[in-house]
Design a protein around this ligand. Structure first.
Ligand code: PMP
Length: 331
């Protein structure tokens, strides 16, 4: 029996008590096709709707423990959306104010949801990391100027990966009964990949860890050649891909990487919807494409685990909008 079913039959303590212990879902069609067990960790079932609830909770708890975040305080973050949504829920549940800086390029659904949750949202023009106007840098400066405020700093605050090391990784290990040959994930902050891979490699050093990187991100080249450098093209995916190696990703033992184009991941999102019954966002498409590639590399009989990061409902205006896709040659 999955731990989710066990936990859903007991009582969770508030919003934060319902974070984690997500089901591990076998994808029957893709498993049949590859001859491997393709398993997706259903992170879209977290109460805030994404894998980022775990990082948000780990960061808030670490700031509370260190005394940096005190009652009535403010949590400030620069986020592509999901971390902000997790933080906004947690702040409501814990009595903190939440201030979110988000690049204007992110989906309107996520911005609307953040405002509905009561977060103070500042949408800023998209700017590269080296630019002082970059959303992460703006968030850091805003927090420094406020009283009793912390900057969550999900990219470089290693409480993020520690949360996955303590929860997501051990859950995958327990749910597979220790039979996990490979773990595959795209990274935004790197927290999920770093934390899960460390937990799995500690238990079984032979577990293969693969990065699934969207085109245009610099991390595929980092894993392959040791130097972050963008690959050709760009991607419509949100929340994943990076131009730099974050503190969370640093030191992670990654065996290999796949570069996944939108032309590969977008059809996978639709296959997951129509053939597997799962309505998911674009990063889940990249992750499952990566899991299939890992299965093909390892050959039949292996168990490959990946992350189903968030639900499709956050992407109606883009990924699930035919005209929007057609404009980008992806319909
Ligand atoms: N998928 C989605 C939809 C996300 O929002 C994020 C986080 N930005 C990720 C994947 C990547 O997770 P992580 O930050 O742990 O690398």
């Amino acid at each position: 029996m999955s731990s989710k079913r066990e936990s859903s039959m007991s009582i969770c303590d508030g919003f934060v008590g319902a974070i984690g212990n997500t089901p591990l879902i076998r994808l029957p069609r893709l498993s049949e096709e590859t001859g491997c067990e393709i398993l997706g960790k259903a992170e879209f079932m977290n109460p805030g709707g994404s894998v980022k609830d775990r990082a948000a909770l780990a960061i808030v708890q670490a700031a509370e423990r260190s005394g940096e975040l005190r009652p009535g305080g403010t949590v400030v973050e620069g986020t592509a959306g999901n971390t902000g949504i997790g933080l906004a829920h947690i702040c409501n549940a814990r009595g903190y104010r939440c201030v979110i800086v988000i690049p204007e390029t992110q989906s309107q659904e996520k911005i609307d949801l953040l405002r509905t949750l009561g977060a103070e949202v500042h949408a800023v023009p998209a700017a590269p990391y080296r630019d002082p106007g970059n959303y992460q840098k703006v968030a850091g400066r805003m927090a420094a100027e406020m009283d009793n405020a912390v900057w969550a700093n999900q990219f470089d605050n290693t409480a993020n990966r520690l949360g996955h090391y303590r929860t997501t990784g051990p859950e995958v290990w327990a749910q597979t009964g220790g039979r996990v040959d490979a773990f595959v994930a795209a990274t935004g902050t790197g927290g999920t990949l770093a934390g899960v891979s460390r937990a799995l490699k500690e238990r079984s050093p032979d577990t293969r860890i693969y990065l699934a990187d969207p085109s245009g991100s610099a991390l595929y080249n980092f894993v392959r050649d040791g130097e972050p450098a963008p690959t050709a093209g760009n991607s419509i995916t949100e929340g994943i891909g990076s131009s730099r190696v974050t503190a969370n990703l640093q030191g992670t033992d990654i065996d290999d990487a796949f570069c996944i184009s939108d032309a590969e991941s977008v059809p996978m999102v639709y296959r997951l919807l129509r053939e597997e019954g799962l309505f998911l966002g674009s990063s889940s498409g990249v992750n499952v494409c990566g899991a299939v590639r890992a299965a093909e590399e390892l050959g039949p009989g292996h168990t490959v685990v990946t992350i189903l990061c968030d639900g499709g409902g956050r992407y109606y205006s883009r990924l699930f909008n035919e005209a929007w896709l057609a404009e980008r040659g992806l319909a």
